[in-house]
Design a protein around this ligand. Structure first.
Ligand code: DP6
Length: 325
């Protein structure tokens, strides 16, 4: 039998106003909104076709059991949410960026899988529902369904039907680059899910963190619309540091940084004081993501010298989509 192969791609994204904590773990509903830039040069490609049995490949090789279970459970969930049964599938996922470096592969991965799965189930699903479904795989994946500058709504519906992401400005609106400074090879010790769960349960600073997000969102949204670099830099660094402060205050404290992370914060701040338009953000790992115009690359590379094992550059990117094979 000739089976149709469906191919979807999605890009990673980096949050400038962070998502850190859930209002409902079962439905993976965020406690607050977030805002991100889609990264066009960090891409997951997912191919899916009907098969005799479920087979999950990561790159060319069979995926490990935990990864394969996460994928097949997500396919079950998408089919159940769409009110349909599902055949068995062969799913092949490739990232064009180093997964082992602890970069956000779950965002692009679940977004691409959502688009591919809906097409393979022959369901015509609009972007809001796609984002809502991707959120069930990983909160940040909801933001990889739209492209460009994206805002994720926390929503208030107990079922989460209003917790999805939308584009606030298109990919071509503002040509900032993201320079990912990879400080160490290998994956992270505490997953973002575990880190935020512990923060929510034990950090006395968690309520203050959640309360701070609404103002940051308003200011970041405005900064993006006006292309106000200084304002975006101020809000993004503040949101990142407050997120990590809430995690540090958990019991036991959640510390994602290594020495190079801290040194890079100082160096990026020194660059900005010296007139270079750059700012940093950091996720649930030791790498530092720097934002600035393409012309800042040389200065960032110099500043990072001796502290990084890799530097990955990305321009803004578009939405998750089906592509010809
Ligand atoms: C620090 O989306 O990985 O990158 O919803 O539990 O899968 P789950 O968490 P995930 O968390 C991302 C956390 C972050 C900040 C962000 O991307 O907003």
């Amino acid at each position: 039998m000739l089976v149709a192969m469906i191919t979807a791609i999605a890009h990673s994204n980096i949050a400038l106003v962070k998502y850190w904590g859930k209002r409902d773990a079962r439905l993976n509903l965020p406690a607050a909104g977030s805002l991100s830039l889609t990264l066009g040069d960090l891409t997951t490609t997912t191919r899916i076709a009907e098969s005799e049995q479920d087979i999950v490949l990561l790159g060319d090789a069979p995926a490990d059991a935990a990864f394969a279970r996460r994928v097949t459970a997500f396919l079950d969930l998408v089919a159940a949410e769409l009110g349909t049964g599902r055949p068995r599938f062969r799913v092949e996922t490739t990232n064009d960026f180093p997964t082992a470096a602890g970069l956000a592969s779950s965002a692009s991965g679940f977004a691409a899988l959502t688009v591919a799965a809906c097409a393979a189930l022959r369901q015509d699903v609009g972007p809001q529902r796609l984002s809502e479904l991707a959120r069930r795989g990983s909160g940040s994946a909801a933001r990889s369904i739209p492209g460009g500058w994206v805002e994720m709504a926390a929503g208030s519906d107990p079922e989460g039907h209003d917790a999805f992401a939308t584009e606030i400005a298109p990919e071509g609106h503002w040509d900032l680059r993201c320079f990912v400074l990879v400080t160490v090879a290998g994956s992270k010790a505490t997953s973002s899910t575990d880190g935020m769960t512990r923060t929510t349960a034990t950090s006395p600073y968690y309520p203050a963190w959640v309360d701070s997000v609404a103002d940051d969102l308003t200011q970041a949204r405005e900064a993006v619309r006006q292309r106000d670099f200084e304002q975006l830099a101020t809000v993004a660094e503040r949101s990142c540091l407050r997120m990590h402060a809430s995690a540090l205050a958990a019991d036991p404290g959640v510390l994602y940084w290594n020495g190079a992370t801290v040194e890079l914060i100082h160096r990026i701040r020194a660059l900005r004081r010296g007139g270079q338009p750059v700012f940093f953000t950091i996720d649930a790992g030791p790498h530092v993501k720097v934002f600035g115009p393409a012309e800042s690359l040389a200065a960032v590379r110099d500043a990072a010298s001796g502290l990084v094992v890799d530097l990955i550059t990305s321009a803004p990117g578009g939405p998750a989509r089906l592509v010809a094979r």
